[in-house]
Each structure stands twice: as structure tokens, then as C-alpha cells.
Write a protein that binds this ligand. Sequence first.
Ligand code: FAD
Length: 317
Amino acid sequence: MKVIDHINSAKSTLVSFEILPPLKGKTINSIYDHLDPLMEFKPSFINVTYHRSEFVFKKKADGTFEKVEVRKRPGTVGICAAIMNHYHVDAVPHLICGGFNKRETEDALIDLNFIGCDNVLVLRGDAAKNETNFEPEPGGNKYAIDLLKQTVNLNNGIYLEEDIREGFRTNFCIGVAGYPEKHFEAPNLENDLSHLKAKVDAGAEYITTQMFFNNQKYFEFVDACRAAGITVPIIPGLKPLTSKKQMTVIPRTFHVDLPSEFSNEIIKCKTDLEVEKVGTDWLIHQSKELKKAGVPVLHYYTLGKPRVIYNAVKEIF
Ligand code: FAD
């Protein structure tokens, strides 16, 4: 079932989770161990992130270094199939432009269609670790909107091969990312919103937001989207903060602020266990307020912290 149909048929706020594929070498059981306790909350869908390969330098026997390409977290399509079969819950694979050409993207979309997946969240991806700015692959998509248009084409039976005139029409419900605190490369929110509107006008049916720790940012973002003519559902993305280190890592990595009321509490903590308690309480407070405001879905980035998410979500659903 499509994400948009879940939202449209819901009587109250839904819950969804996001997971990362396991590191190469681990089994699918690590995903089941992660998700099993969370299934108690009957998530409407589960997102699975997508990861490009990266270059690492490996030391050789003679002491010199060799540049090697590794894809640490493959398996998004397979994990989606596993989730759908094992739990009978809809999976939402993320697809990114970075690291993939259009042909590889088309093949991934065909695989997703063949496993019965009718959802996809399309993203640009970030710059590769060895690059300063995002560079598309030769023959790849440059912006999320280009990947979105490729997916819409497939929904219309238009494949890259020109001799496939009337190919099978896929039926993907397409979601896109939005940034309550602005995408870090955008010169201002207005400019960022114009690109977000273009994605919606091109066929995106809903928006999932970057994490935020101040609900006011989300509410203002929704207001700004509505004023800009963006009418689709906007799903808030939420993440728990669980260590003191994250107080600097999260703003640096995700370009989001922590409200001082929250950071002041974290600073007072003596151990990460205390931080986890403060972070869980903050997540519960955010979730309750958002649910009261009638958001369509509470989407939790579980990112290796299923126990913390469990403890928070059990207070809400
Ligand atoms: P875009 O929509 O392409 O926007 C990127 C930037 O370009 C923005 O500043 C935008 O304003 C600007 N822009 C857009 N279109 C144009 C245009 N036509 N001309 C000029 N400027 C333009 N990354 C992963 O690698 N894997 C994941 O699984 C993943 N999942 C994510 C899930 C969510 C909910 C979110 C919020 C992010 C996720 N990311 C993931 C990170 C994401 O890939 C990065 O934030 C990336 O930098 C931007 O992706 P985007 O889809 O928003 O890009």
C-alpha cells in the first residue's frame, strides 16, 4: 500500500520507522532484531536508507596505500523485500542520485517494482567523502527532482531505452525530503522552498522532513510551505539524542539547531546514560506536541537506537 493511501485513510497520527541496511558481512537477522520490538506499535511503513560506495585507503604489505571502492551498506532493495515478507508491512526504499547512473537507477526501480514495492523516497544524496561538493555520476541524476522525473517516467511506461515504446507502467508513490531549518546549500529558505515546490509539482505526493529538535521550526516550515502553495502532507522526522558527543555532531552533520532549553539540560548530565534519559524525555515531549497538532505520521529515525525509540514511542501510541 502506498504511503499516501495510509495517510489519506488514517483516522489519527500514524507511526513509521527508518532503518539503515546492516554493514556488509552482517545478516538480515540484525534487521529483524532491530525491528522486532518496534513492531508492537504497528508501523504503517518502514523506510530503508540507501548508501553510495565510498573510497577508502587500505594499507598494503609494502607499506603503501591502495585506493579501494567499498559499498559498506548494500542491500536496500533486498531488505525492503525481507520487511514486506517477514512483517507484512510496507517498505519505503530511499533512492539517491549520488553514485548511480540513470541506467542503474532504472534497474533498481524495476527490482523494486518486481518485489511488489510501490513506494520510493527520492533524494539527491550528499557529496562523496572525498569531494567537497556533490557531483553526479556521469550519466546520473543531478538533483532529486531529476530522479523524481525518471521515476514518474517509469510510472508512465517511459524507459531509458528508446525502443521500449509502451513499457510496463510502475505505480510508485514518490516522497521527497524537506528541511525545516533549510537545506545547508540553499542560499535561503525561500529559494529552498521553490525547489521543494518544483519537486511536488513534478509528482511528489508527500514530504518527509529532516530531523529537528524544536517543533516550532516544523510548524513554521509547514506554514511557509502552505504559503508557497505546497499542499501535500509533511511528515516530521524525529531522532533521539543519546550522547554528549551528539550535541556537536548532530548540528555539524545535519545542519539543525538544538534549542537552549534542551542543550542546557544535556550539559548538566554527567554520563551518556543521563543524556539518553534527557533525550528520550525530549523526544516524548516533541512527539506528544506534534501528535496533538495532528501531524499525519510520526517518523522515527531509529539509527541503531531501537530501545530508545521503543521507550519513547510506548508513551505515545
Ligand atoms: P535536492 O532536492 O536535490 O536539493 C539539494 C540542494 O539543491 C538544495 O539546497 C536545493 O535547494 C537545491 N536544488 C534543488 N533543485 C535545484 C535546482 N534545480 N537548481 C538549483 N538548486 C537546486 N542521503 C543518503 O545518501 N541516503 C539516504 O537514504 C538519505 N535519506 C534521507 C531521508 C530524509 C528524510 C532526508 C531529509 C535526507 C536524507 N538523505 C539521505 C540526505 C540527503 O540526500 C541530503 O540532505 C542531500 O544533501 C539533499 O538531498 P535532497 O533530496 O533534499 O536534494
